[in-house]
Design a protein around this ligand. Structure first.
Ligand code: C2O
Ligand code: CU
Ligand code: CU
Length: 517
């Protein structure tokens, strides 16, 4: 039986706990900020440094079932890595040789993908590297990255959304000498804090509610409770004048437009795969699923500021209705930052952070185009779709999901594990143009490499996109061009993936495969 969102949250609130957001029952996906209190200390994930053995750094990870009390007295069955929900920070340094022993302690098959890492396809943890229950998979590779925040998560074919929703994900931090020389805040848990932002829905009995509503696949699954590092309604006691937040949008589909409640500026210093060339001051930062950003926040002593998400005004263009349906039009708080007396100061930042690798668009070996479409789904939506649909009118009808399958395509095809869609020559520099011919924004992610964003509909990429990236949001009607080089690892048989990082779209087939030969 399906319990409505409002009923579920009502039950939870009645227990004396507060959710960050809850459904306002407006007949749309609108969420409202309802909490005035942030009673729960932010969970800081433990860090796994691994052990050294014969010149390698070895990490032991186990995917396991657990139970988590997000709300007092309500037990939620969850999946975690070395714990009940989510996993530790896996931390390593550029140049190190690592081995990750991944034991599957679950009762279902899974995979663990190292999102953003430049590694051989056999070690990638994509849909082909399945791990059966009870089995340990031990990929080995060199950390060949710029410093940054990456992450691991399930990439199980057609089950990624469900397994990540249950908690099968965690952060990876890569360090390097170059970044450590910059004097950026770097004391983990003190002034250097990872934030894994996710949204969830709960049933009355405490269990997660996933894919119970028909639009969950087409629009992407949206929850009405925000978790930060698995904490509901969290606060963090700020200790220094300047705090570094390493933010991962680990949500299945929700896009956040981050900002501070007093509208003060913050400084972005990193994007997905590296520091930026130079710090970028801003008031708003959009982060789509799979994307990362590191920001520096300077907080006044004896003050309280909230990290917020604001309505997404950039995507959708004339598609206001669709945007509303996509559920990215709410204002709510993610985290309360509380400052008392503060240590340290906030000296001027270096004007230049690092040299970010770049490639010359005039000298590429090959250009490819990827067209994202939601064909069948949109055909179905043609008949009198409106906001009322979100109110439950079209939820869960038999066959609706079936009509959705086959609609999520890249270049007219849904994902087929037996089909290689693209062959890339080792060493080639390529421009990939991603064209969104659907009415919803899609975060496009490419395995193996880090890219630079060249332009959006011919206009140069924004200041926040100057770093290396592996995931880029493509708005409806937009063509985003990225440039990259496919180095080091070739494998004629085992492919890498490219896909929409809205996990419901990925699971529904908006994914393709390429080999490097
Ligand atoms: Cu974050 Cu193909 O993955
Ligand atoms: Cu990935
Ligand atoms: Cu998508």
């Amino acid at each position: 039986m399906r319990v409505s969102r409002r009923a579920a949250l009502g039950g939870l609130v009645a227990l004396g706990t507060l959710a960050t957001v809850r459904s306002t029952g407006l007949g749309s996906s609108a969420l409202a900020q309802t909490s005035e209190r942030f009673p729960n200390p932010l969970m800081i994930p433990p860090v796994l440094h691994g052990r050294e053995e014969a010149g390698r750094r070895i990490f032991d990870l186990e995917a396991q079932h657990g139970t988590t009390e997000f709300f007092a007295g309500r037990k939620t069955p969850t999946i975690g890595v070395n714990g009940a929900f989510l996993g530790p920070v896996v931390r390593a340094k550029a140049g190190e040789q690592v081995r990750l022993n991944v034991r599957n302690g679950l009762d279902e098959t899974t995979t663990l993908h190292w999102h953003g890492l430049h590694i051989p396809a056999r070690a990638d943890g994509g849909p082909h590297q399945t791990i059966s229950p009870g089995v340990t998979w031990s990929p080995e590779f060199e950390i060949k990255q710029k410093a940054g925040l990456f992450w691991y998560h399930s990439h199980m074919m057609e089950r990624t959304g469900a397994q990540v929703n249950a908690g099968l994900a965690g952060p990876i931090i890569v360090d390097d000498d170059e970044s450590q020389a910059l004097g950026l805040p770097a004391e983990y848990g003190i002034d250097d804090i990872p934030l894994v932002i996710q949204d969830r829905r709960f049933r009355r009995d405490g269990r997660f509610d996933y894919l119970s509503a028909m639009p969950d696949v087409m629009m992407g699954f949206k929850g009405d409770v925000i978790l930060v590092n698995g904490t509901v309604a969290p606060h963090f006691e700020v200790k220094r004048r300047r705090t570094r937040l390493r933010i991962l949008n680990g949500s299945n589909s929700r896009i956040y437009t981050l900002g501070l409640s007093n509208n003060q500026q913050f400084t972005q210093i990193a994007s997905d795969g590296s520091l930026l060339e130079r710090p970028a001051r801003m008031r708003r930062l959009q982060l789509s699923p799979g994307e990362r950003a590191e920001i520096l926040v300077e907080i006044q002593p004896d003050s309280t500021v909230r990290l917020m998400s604001y309505p997404d005004r950039s995507s959708g263009g004339g598609m206001g209705m669709m945007m509303g349906m996509a559920g990215n039009d709410e204002t709510f708080a993610l985290l309360e930052l509380r400052a008392g007396r503060l240590e340290g100061d906030a000296p001027p930042l270096p004007e230049r952070l690092i040299d970010v690798p770049n490639w010359n668009p005039a000298r590429v070996d090959r250009k490819r185009t990827f067209v994202l479409e939601m064909g069948m789904g949109m055909g179905m939506m043609g008949g009198g779709m409106g906001r009322g649909m979100m109110g439950g009118g079209m939820m869960g009808g038999p066959g609706r999901m079936g009509m959705m399958r086959g609609g999520m395509t890249i270049n007219g095809r849904t994902m087929d594990m037996e089909r290689i869609d693209e062959r890339v020559r080792l060493g080639a520099t390529e421009i990939w143009a991603i064209r969104n011919a659907s009415p919803l924004a899609h975060p496009f992610h490419i395995h193996d490499i880090q890219f630079r964003v060249l332009d959006r509909n011919g206009r140069p990429a924004g200041a926040h996109e100057q770093g290396l990236k592996d995931t880029v949001l493509v708005d409806p009607g937009e063509t985003v061009r990225v440039i990259t080089q496919f180095t080091d690892y070739a494998d004629p048989v085992r492919p890498y993936m490219y896909h929409c990082h809205i996990l419901e779209h990925e699971d529904a087939g908006m994914m393709g495969q390429f080999v490097v030969v």
